[in-house]
Design a protein around this ligand. Sequence first.
Ligand code: TXA
Ligand code: MG
Length: 344
Amino acid sequence: MPTTRLVEVDPDRPDPAILAEAAAILRGGGLVAFATETVYGLGADATNPEAVARIFAAKGRPSTNPLIVHVPDLRAANPYIESCSGRVEGLAANFWPGPLTMILPRTDRLPDLVTAGQPTVGIRVPEPAIARSLIAVAGIPIAAPSANRSTGVSPTTAGHVRADLEGQVDLILDSGPTPIGIESTVLDLSGDRPLILRPGWITAEQIAGVLGEPIESTSHAADASTPMASPGQMSVHYAPTTPALRVERDQLIALPRNTGPYSVIVIGPPIESRPDDPTRQSEWVGLYPLADATRRLYQTLREHDAMGQTFLLIVMPPDSPEWRAIRDRVQRATRPWDGRSPLP
Ligand code: TXA
Ligand code: MG
């Protein structure tokens, strides 16, 4: 595939002719990138093993990492899931369409490749009209990971998709930047107790409120001794190519010295007294409040990654529930620094 076509579409009222064309590409086994409320997805027919294989090839994704299957509503998921518990119905009624992925026991009507051979499948109903109409018009479930190269930063604009996957995707539907900006909450409902595998915009507290039971989360610091429940828990993920360090806000005592130009990205409430920068080599950017921080996080990482800085220094948001998803993503994208010793 030499070049990738990019077409602008209205996110709320997508042109039916463009939807029909994109749907035909999907039904024919091709790849279409489209926006959801979280990030851009790289879509393919989830029932077609060759189409699904093209997703893994385009992203350079290991075949051990399962894909989320996107459907227009809960009913459309029925052929692919074993049963629909009260928990699932309650969560769907409250959070779908929306940024919640439910991991459920699956039937054999999806190729093994989609679920990486796991007995479960991740199901999600995205919210924006562009995503839901595309899936509905195509009339098939759409497997869609984030539309970036594997282990890279997720795309929040069509330009990010093109930068990563030019020539690897048949069509990019450009409906503008995605409103939430970080990936969906992944909730495993296949065991006795619900378990958050990936924190997101929908929090454990909100889910607990609907289910009336406490919700546990897997610890993200997956080390070699604990088996991974979800391959997305790999500790290096979402990473920029420029060396990236993180520091807790109360640990940042002095800015680094004797280095080349670097970027400081402060996530969360602005830092009251900005440490002195003896070299005056730093670019300083703040991401706050929460909705702006999630929406702009990946764009900011990509932008500063492209500046040729010697490193990126990320000041962490507070360790409180609303910042959990962002802390999770930054922890995967960076190495820790104590805020004072020479840079690692
Ligand atoms: O917001 C999102 O979820 C975006 C948009 C495009 O929908 N998609 C997305 O997909 O982030 P991806 O493939 O980049 O991340 C999916 C995560 C991975 O961590 C994967 O391991 C996990 O969900 N996952 C998918 N199916 C699973 C399963 N059956 N069991 C456990 N984890 C699963
Ligand atoms: Mg991804």
